[in-house]
Ligand binder design. Structure first.
Ligand SMILES: [Zn+2]
Length: 365
């Protein structure tokens, strides 16, 4: 099998990066009209700025309101709007789901895609994947496209003002990158781009973990104080660029496999992707029999920044063994990401690991 590394074409991050949107489009030779898909909050926050920045250069645009889930229907409405506008570029602005919807629509129309995350909450902005949900919000699978975003534009002024919980969840998601990439490498399993991992992807995953561990607490303090800092900038990059390319070109395993399976449990819906992934990293560490030191490093970080270390922190009850077993069964279905672990796993083993991670998350031995 070949080694494959795929990355975003151009990544731009900085305070007031939105001001350079038109310059960046010009630099890449991208032509309007631009169809922007964004949720109502982001639309309120940025529509005046888009009008000024794009209007100044005579680039027409239209903002389409995103409904909240990346479903086949939402993708089709975005495609229809882009066709009606005769769009030359599709831009997604917002969280992972609006980006995924805009990305899928752009791929369907073979249009350039600009990813404009307004929260640093997931590893999705730089990827070439869209996670698709049913109309009821259940994970259906993911579509993988040939190309990564043409441009990822991250305005750290906007991220600084985004809800703290999303930023923390982004760190939870970023925690998993190194462990899952390492699992895939050891198991000889392919990454998300259909090839084996590279040294480059492995290094990005390691850097991602170290940046989050070393700068995460300080970055959160800067966010709370409303003051940007080098630590904050570094963690935004870890959550977005390092985690994004790291997972896609490094591969995913137990943590995201469990996350996907948890979507069958209605009670976990109010919790963010990165929150569920963070707890799932503890489960991965139990499954892999990682050292106490590593488990404790992750656990104490989670406790310090407010990421869940118990099943109850993601809407699950440790006593509800039937539901936990259903999640373990779902994770173990053929084709599930958990099979990328270099381990012989059973449903019972996964179930036990979830319960043990919960006990050790509480501080029990
Ligand atoms: Zn993720």
């Amino acid at each position: 099998m070949n080694r494959v590394y795929a990355a975003v074409n151009r990544y731009v991050q900085g305070a007031a990066a939105t001001d350079s949107l038109a310059d960046e489009l010009g630099y890449l030779g991208l032509q309007g009209p631009v169809l922007i898909l964004s949720g109502p909050t982001v639309k309120r926050l940025l529509s005046e700025k888009w009008k000024a920045v794009l209007g100044d250069r005579g680039i027409s645009h239209e903002v389409l309101t995103f409904g909240g889930e990346c479903t086949r229907k939402a993708i089709q409405s975005t495609v229809d709007a882009a066709l009606a506008l005769k769009a030359g570029v599709i831009m997604g602005a917002g969280g992972g789901k609006s980006l995924d919807t805009a990305r899928a629509a752009a791929a369907q129309l073979r249009l350039p895609f600009v990813s404009n995350p307004t929260v640093a909450s997931t590893d999705s902005p730089c990827s070439a994947l869209s996670i698709i949900y049913s109309e009821d919000g259940v994970y259906e699978g993911f579509d993988s496209f040939g190309r990564n975003p043409d441009l990822v534009l991250v305005d750290t002024d906007v991220i600084l003002r985004s809800p703290e919980r999303f930023f923390v969840a982004g760190m939870g998601d970023a925690l998993s990158t190194m462990f899952e990439a390492d699992a895939c490498r050891r198991a000889g399993r392919p990454n998300l781009r259909g090839g084996l991992s590279t040294i480059a992807a492995a290094r990005l995953g390691e850097s991602c973990y170290r940046v989050v561990m070393e700068d995460g607490r300080e970055a959160l303090a800067s966010m709370r104080a409303g003051h940007p800092s080098p630590a904050f900038e570094r963690v935004v990059e870890a959550n977005t660029l390092l985690s994004g390319i790291g997972f896609e070109s490094g591969g995913l395993a137990a943590a995201h496999g469990l996350y996907n399976a948890m979507t069958i449990a209605e009670s976990t819906r109010p919790y963010l992707h990165g929150e569920k992934v963070a707890f799932s990293v503890l489960v991965l560490l139990v499954l892999e029999q990682a050292s106490e030191e590593i488990f404790e490093e992750v656990r104490s970080f989670c406790l310090d920044v407010g990421l869940p270390v118990r099943l109850s922190g993601i809407g699950l009850d440790v006593e509800d063994v039937e539901l936990l077993r259903a999640i373990a069964e779902h994770a173990m279905l053929p084709g599930g990401l958990i099979h990328n672990e270099p381990l012989d796993l059973t449903v019972n083993g996964v179930l036990k690991a979830m319960i043990e991670a919960d006990r050790r998350g509480m501080g029990g031995r």
